[in-house]
Design a protein around this ligand. Structure first.
Ligand code: KIV
Length: 271
């Protein structure tokens, strides 16, 4: 008899079943071992090793600069910590846009070197061939439509996408194409909630929203945003569950004060 408690791992099939029975899917980002362990222990369904690591971990202005090697680093740390959640790793800009062969090579590195369970790619009709090639090779792919931050220099801003009918129509078509190409799920970022609800209802695969309203099959947030680590980032869609910027700053200020006044360490805090 095994002394280890059996943990039922979340798979792409689990997510499909959740959609079928109307159970919402929870997803958060993580980029390191310690945070991934807490999030997994808390019972999250999906952990995304997002290329938002470029912003929140490395302090870059965009996600464009993060490399495949850096995504592999972050992915390795997260996968090591996780017992239950499905771990999806972002394909960074430049690692798949060239052609489907390059996309497959990059995805294989994320699966083999980082131990990813699935990968995520931004775009619709433009990346279909790559999606199909990965899926045919046994790699689960999550799509990403709406605001796609890797194209920030094309869009020019991070404002709500697909408000105009032409763009909304392309998004509807792209979502169907991604589903037909074999994506197991799609992220919809920062689009009108009515459109996100319509797409979620029209697709068989689960749709995970960020800034896309409550009609999606699940929600994703960047962990650092949920924790309120950046006090300058306050978009309407974000619910901050903590204000860690203030808490951490306050703790550090107290520590500095205690060190300077020789209050720390006291006699119980030394040998
Ligand atoms: O990189 C990321 O964190 C993402 C989420 C915003 C969906 O792609």
């Amino acid at each position: 008899m095994s002394v280890h408690k059996e943990i039922k791992k979340v798979t792409t099939h689990t997510l499909q079943e959740m959609k079928s029975r109307g159970e919402k899917i929870s997803m958060l980002t993580a980029y390191d071992f310690s945070m991934a362990k807490i999030i997994d222990d808390a019972g999250i369904d999906v952990i995304l090793v997002g290329d938002s690591a470029s912003n929140v971990m490395a302090g870059n202005e965009t996600t464009v600069t993060i490399t495949l090697e850096q995504m592999i680093f972050h992915g390795t740390w997260v996968v090591k910590a996780v017992n239950r959640a499905l771990v999806v790793v972002d394909m960074p800009f430049g690692s798949y846009q060239g052609n489907s062969k390059i996309a497959l090579q990059s995805a294989i590195r994320l699966m083999k070197e980082a131990g990813a369970h699935a990968v995520k790619m931004e775009g619709g009709s433009e990346i279909l061939e790559s999606v199909k090639r990965l899926v045919d090779s046994g790699i689960p792919v999550m799509g990403h439509l709406g605001l796609t931050p890797q194209s920030i220099y094309k869009f020019g801003t991070y404002t709500v996408r697909a408000k105009k009918e032409e763009e909304a129509d392309k998004l509807r078509k792209d979502a169907i194409l991604l589903q037909e190409a074999g994506c197991f799920s799609i992220v919809l970022e920062k689009i009108p909630s009515a459109l996100a609800t319509e797409v979620s209802q029209s697709l068989d695969i689960p749709v995970i929203g960020i800034g896309a309203g409550s009609g999606c099959d699940g929600q994703v947030l960047v962990m650092h945003d949920l924790l309120g680590i950046n006090n300058q980032f306050n978009p309407r869609f974000l619910r901050k569950y903590l204000n860690l910027y203030d808490d951490i700053k306050g703790a550090v200020e107290s520590y500095i004060k205690d060190v300077k006044s020789v209050d720390f360490p006291n006699e119980n805090e030394q040998y």
